[in-house]
Design a protein. Structure first.
Lengths: 460, 212
């Protein structure tokens, strides 16, 4: 896993996907920010249907997952998979460019069709218009082939390293999960059973796509960033089987106390609590690998992003094991608690990991030193603090909301009482947006004005 | 598939087939297929079946906005009701109403007192819930018992200028639900008909808490 395989990594795709990931990140954040203004009565352009907060919200979530995270994963995999396996990806000239272009077309198509044409699909996390669903499914099959072929080849030579296991299942799962979530509740299964399928999809999109590929990349990047082997191979094994067994079993926890049969709800709750154990193995494994090198959190931005993301992960998963309980659900279901949790997992964890990977990869693929340490620091602190405050703020808002509903306060009073919380949320949103802008500024200036990177051991 | 060396659990074929395909199938069966099997005997209502019970507010809508109604849905009746509900659902999805309004009353947290009868599976087994619109968030109120709570005019005024109707509401306005002359268009009439249909089948006069 050292730099010996530089020749088999295609830098163009790493660059391309990082750039698009960051473009979408900025757009998605801007839309989230505009959406949050609606809740504090600051909608400046209410007459434009394409700026309607409802439509913006759908682009915000879908853009985050398909625009930012998927592009980020592709960049990470184009770098990591050849280095993990010793083989080039399946095909760069045709398949690589097809994946690259088609993804951007799909994301832009989603944006245009949802905002301007009102063609959103009524499936949460799958609001991409129905017309794009078959294309995206085919795209996922191609993505699977692109990265699974080198892993298959290397599997013939030697036992597979943990990172590869996660990538295999992530790439296989996402195809089935996407098909299930976007076609079955849309065309075949109505009502409550449809809700069970949708819940499984909502959960699996995070759990069977973002999680395994995120973990797989982390099992590559953590040892590489710290320049030492992962702490425990046994723990990675335990975490893998825990994820594989328990993660697909919890979809219904998105619709607790709904008319879905209770046995499915109980199974989902129990499995969600047990999953916490699998997540702990991963977190312990990463943190124990860091042991003795914590000093680098100060000096190395990539390590800092990755490990603060890991700590966010620990917090958010512990929170999950606790708030999934049916008792807790009585209060926090339907409230702002849930978006608070969702932001910490999607951005605070997987987003931070990607920012860490980008901080490491960007100077390498361009052969330039990072331009401004100061910009990097500002980006980190505004984003990390902004997100932490947003999380705490939304949690508190959720509790207030939940207990006031339960206390049968007039609904509009419960809305009025939330205004200060929503105001704080908007401020934290501005903070995060400023951070992202600094991050992008530093990336741009690194290319334009950065000093050439000192070559070390064949990198650059 | 793979004759890789080393322990079997670290081989490509096992991970791909057993974990990738097998455990996914197992989990999906429990969480998605089995709820469907449990409810497969509940009769499915097509739009034609739904249209057999038209709530009275729909006829009022036809009386109050005769020109717009005639233009978009034709003569009042079952066919017009299907058209209106379909248009309403389309707008409800396109504007992401379902991201801020849930459609199920839970048996906990005194929701029965706030919204009315607790939801039950058979009321979702119909074409209006394909795709299902139970929702996962309540920025605004639950809508599953909304029918008949407010008048048609209230709903239309609320879509045009929510803050003018409900002080401090955070609901956006939907001026594109109306023609330039101020008459509601297909979307406005459709969503209003949809709101009045929701919960209209529940024969239950549980006290509902006013929203403001």
């Amino acid at each position: 896993m050292s730099n010996q395989n530089t020749g088999i990594v295609n830098y163009t795709f790493v660059k391309f996907h990082i750039i698009f990931a960051m473009v979408y990140l900025v757009i998605v954040m801007l839309l989230g920010l505009i959406y949050s203004l609606q809740l504090v009565h600051l909608n400046f352009l209410p007459e434009f249907s394409w700026l309607s907060p409802g439509r913006l919200r759908m682009v915000h979530t879908n853009g985050a997952v398909y625009g930012f995270i998927t592009n980020g994963f592709l960049a990470g995999m184009y770098w990591a998979v050849p280095r993990l396996t010793g083989y080039r990806v399946f095909n760069e000239k045709y398949v690589g460019w097809f994946l690259a272009i088609a993804l951007q077309v799909a994301v832009l198509g989603t944006v245009v069709m949802i905002l301007f044409m009102g063609l959103a699909q009524g499936v949460e996390w799958g609001e991409t218009p129905q017309i794009l669903d078959p294309i995206i499914t085919a795209w996922l099959v191609v993505m699977c082939i692109q990265f699974i072929v080198p892993i298959y080849k290397t599997g013939k030579d030697r036992p597979l390293y943990a990172a590869n296991w996660y990538l295999i299942i992530g790439l296989v799962w996402v195809i089935m999960v996407y098909f299930m979530g976007n076609f079955i509740p849309q065309y075949f299964v109505p009502g409550v059973a449809g809700a069970a399928v949708t819940g499984t999809w909502i959960h699996d999109a995070v759990g069977l796509y973002v999680t395994p590929i995120g973990w797989g990349l982390m099992y590559y990047f953590v040892p590489v960033l710290l320049k030492k082997p992962i702490w425990s191979h046994a723990l990675s094994l335990l975490g893998f089987w825990g994820l594989a067994f328990f993660y697909p079993l919890q979809g219904v926890h998105h619709y607790l106390w709904s008319p879905i049969p209770m046995y499915a709800q109980y199974a989902a709750v129990i499995c969600t609590v047990v999953l916490e154990l699998a997540v702990i193995t991963v977190i312990v494994n990463f943190l124990m690998t860091l042991r003795g090198d914590a000093e680098q959190l100060k000096s190395n931005m990539a390590i800092r992003w990755v490990f603060i993301g890991t700590i966010n992960y620990a917090i958010t998963c512990l929170q999950c094991a606790f708030h999934v309980l049916l008792t807790t659900q009585k209060v926090i279901h339907f409230t702002d608690w849930v978006p608070g949790h969702a932001h910490l997992i999607m951005f605070g964890t997987f987003g931070f990991w990607l920012m860490g990977f980008f901080s490491y990869l960007w100077p390498k693929v361009f052969g330039k030193e990072s331009y401004s340490r100061k910009a990097e620091e500002i980006a980190f602190w505004t984003i990390a603090l902004g997100l932490a405050v947003m999380w705490g703020d939304l949690l508190a808002a959720g509790l207030v909301q939940g207990f006031e509903w339960w206390g049968l306060e007039l609904f509009m009073d419960t809305v009025r009482n939330l205004t200060p919380f929503w105001l704080i949320r908007t401020v934290t949103g501005v903070s995060i947006f400023v951070g992202a802008a600094c991050f992008v500024y530093n990336m741009v200036m690194t290319i334009v004005k950065g000093n050439d990177l000192q070559t070390e051991g064949g990198a650059a | 598939m793979s004759n890789g060396k080393g322990p079997i659990h670290e081989r490509f074929a096992l991970i791909f087939l057993f974990v990738g395909l097998g455990l996914f199938a197992f989990g999906t069966f429990w969480q998605a297929v089995s709820p469907w099997l449990s409810m497969r005997n509940i009769p499915y209502q097509k739009m034609e079946d739904i249209a057999k019970n038209i709530p009275p507010e729909f006829f009022e809508l036809a009386e109050d906005y005769p020109e717009a109604f005639e233009k978009h849905f034709g003569e009042v009746g079952e066919e017009a009701f299907i058209k209106a509900l379909t248009a309403g659902k389309k707008a409800y999805i396109a504007e992401a109403c379902w991201h801020c309004h849930s459609q199920y009353v839970r048996p906990v947290s005194r929701e029965e007192e706030r919204y009315g009868k607790v939801s039950y599976p058979s009321e979702y087994q119909n074409a209006m819930h394909l795709p299902q619109l139970l929702g996962t968030r309540r920025v605004g109120v639950d809508l599953s018992r909304e029918g008949g709570v407010h008048s048609n005019d209230w709903h239309l005024a609320h879509f045009e200028d929510a803050q003018g109707v409900t002080d401090d509401t955070v609901m956006p306005n939907y001026p594109w639900f109306f023609d330039e002359d101020g008459e509601p268009n297909e979307k406005g009439l459709g969503v209003t008909a949809y709101m009045q249909w929701l919960g209209s089948w529940v024969e239950d006069d549980t006290y509902q808490l006013p929203s403001n």
